[in-house]
Design a protein around this ligand. Structure first.
Ligand code: NAP
Length: 286
């Protein structure tokens, strides 16, 4: 069987997904390809989006990844969503089951796995009152917040724009979730229970490598660890600043690899060759 896989989004030129999935196909001994399909923001890209999804429905493709700006917009064309994708409200992986198009989200599980592997923060620890500060309120922040809430964290989202109706009801009625303005982040950081800071904004990403989403001049919470979803550059300004005061900090490359590994498993039914996938993007993380 030939595995025709690909990514839809815009822009795509810096995507590492082809490298990850081509390495996975090769290491698994599968014939296939992973291509980039530029689908412009809707409504301009609507025809192209529908055409791609029809290819998947007809079995001409076996799997599609979705990235900015379509993770939410694509949902209206899918027949069903996994409970995770439904709860997060965003899809990054699509596949066919019994002739139906199913939308899934592997970002949350990818984040959790890497958080555990990289920072040693165990998956479920409902007994501890652990507070996480998530910077940003976009699609990635939703996956991160979902993952953290599910594993017993109290979560504060720091956002720069106040209006964001897409968060209404997120995490259910008992979700330990709050929102603050980016300007009030410093106040939050004095909570001694803050154990984790996650950057889910693009701030610090190449080429604007000097950008740091943490408020200028504010000390980090003393007991916090830092996870930056940005991985290019490998050591972002945020990660560097956290390390310079002795905090453990890491970038999001491992999350990228793990979300891809989980997508590959959905599409092929095989265990993903994670070592080969990580090796394919290794130099980006240095
Ligand atoms: P998104 O949906 O566009 O959301 C970005 C969020 O960051 C929004 O809340 C936005 O605020 C905020 N933001 C943007 N610029 C900002 C600034 N200068 N100051 C403060 N806040 C700012 O993007 P996303 O999909 O969530 O992705 C966010 C980042 O995570 C990207 O760098 C992406 O590459 C990375 N990511 C990494 C992985 C991984 O596997 N490592 C996975 C997913 C995403 P507004 O709403 O006000 O614009």
């Amino acid at each position: 069987m030939f595995f025709a896989l690909g990514l839809i989004g815009c822009p795509l030129e810096h995507s590492l997904s082809p490298r990850l999935h081509r390495a996975a196909l090769q290491a698994s001994g599968l014939e296939g390809e992973y291509e980039l399909y530029v689908v412009p923001r809707l409504p301009a890209g609507e025809q192209e989006m529908v055409r791609m999804l029809e290819r998947l429905r007809r079995g001409e493709m076996q799997g599609i990844n979705v990235t900015i700006p379509h993770k939410q917009a694509v949902m209206r064309w899918l027949d069903d969503l996994t409970p995770t994708a439904q709860a997060i409200g965003a899809v990054n992986t699509i596949y066919r089951r019994d002739g139906q198009l199913l939308g899934d989200n592997t970002d949350a599980a990818g984040f959790l796995a890497d958080l555990e592997a990289g920072l040693g923060l165990t998956a479920v620890d409902q007994d501890k009152d652990r507070h996480a500060l998530v910077l940003g309120a976009g699609g990635a922040a939703r996956s991160v917040a979902f993952a953290l809430l599910q594993t017993g964290w109290r979560v504060t989202i720091a956002r720069r724009s106040v209006a964001n109706s897409q968060w209404v009801g997120f995490g259910g009625p008992n979700a330990r979730l709050r929102f603050v303005s980016m300007h009030d982040l410093a106040v939050e950081s004095y909570d001694p229970l803050v154990r984790l800071i996650v950057n889910a904004t693009p701030v610090g990403m190449w080429p604007e490598v000097q950008g740091n989403p943490w408020p200028v001049g504010e000390p980090f919470p003393a007991m916090a660890q830092v996870y930056d979803l940005v991985y290019n550059p490998a050591e972002t300004a945020l990660v560097r600043a956290a390390r310079s005061v002795g905090l453990q900090a890491m970038n999001g490359l491992g999350m990228l690899v793990e979300q891809a590994a989980l997508a590959f498993e959905r599409w092929t039914g095989l265990a993903a060759p994670r070592t080969a996938m990580a090796a394919a993007v290794e130099e980006v993380g240095r």
